[in-house]
Ligand binder design. Sequence first.
Ligand code: SF4
Length: 343
Amino acid sequence: MAKDNSKVLLDVKDLRVSFDTYAGEVQAVRGTNFYVNKGEALGIVGESGCGKSVTVKSLLKLIPMPPGRIKTGSAMFNGKDLVKMSDKKLESIRGSEISMIFQDPMTSLNPTMKVGKQIMEGLIKHQKMSKKEAKERAIEMLRLVGIPTPEKRVDQYPHEFSGGMRQRGMIAIALACNPKLLVADEPTTALDVTIQAQILDLMKDLQDKMNTSIIMITHDLGVIADIAQRVVVMYGGLIMEEGTVDDIYYNPQHPYTWGLLKSVPRLDNKKKERLVPIEGTPPDLFSPPKGCPFADRCEYAMPICKEEMPEKTSITDLHAVSCWLQHDMAPDVKNPVTEGRKK
Ligand code: SF4
């Protein structure tokens, strides 16, 4: 189904973000367009430095400005443009309508404050709850995220929680005010695989229960298979491919997406397989290439690829790709990753 504006919660258009450094301008995000529907989970995937975190953090002014700056673009959230919003207004939206969880809960949690108090803070500030009401809600949130004996845990400090419990605590803080949008930036990267799976299950469950929209930022395509409905693949500050989870897993069209898929274990394959990392390094964003940013690492690169950035080609209403292989004059290349892969 095509984009339906009545369902869109966040609509980002032509976002360009740069960092001004003594060495020159780093063009971290070079014109991205994406949207998130109400109650939908969107995955933004790419290697580190591809611009995925900067894209979302810049909208929430969570990057230092300066040296960072939004050069162009808009981000309509519930009818208001986050880019034009005053710092004060944005601050009131962060933590109430939009919440965030990060990779390392220890850097986000305040080590000197009880976990319960940290949940209560937002409730007292944004929802004007009394202390008693906020504490009850904090206990309820800890229970909801699966922390045992929440009545006791509510009065403990972060260092008394295990790694997985801290991440659950962060989720409890982030969701306590019932935000419309949850931004999760590599939320499970620091956790071991079993805890990672539990946290992802929890997020999915909470998304269903609370109808929260989620933007999941990750370098790992495997992480979003179960949680996201749509995926945006970023590289060199640009979107290379976007589509539903099924489009990206079962009918990917961009060589970079193929590379990402080859570098994660297949969940549908019981046999051991060799994972293939993508050779080479990302482009220099001080002077980004004029053509396709993936050209230096792409085994299918053609002369045109280095000369001109390919246009976005729509495969279906929701699936689009920016690659010269889509052009009529390009050779016919068979997708090397998903041949024979079953849904
Ligand atoms: Fe490879 Fe060219 Fe497609 Fe870029 S545009 S991904 S270099 S084939």
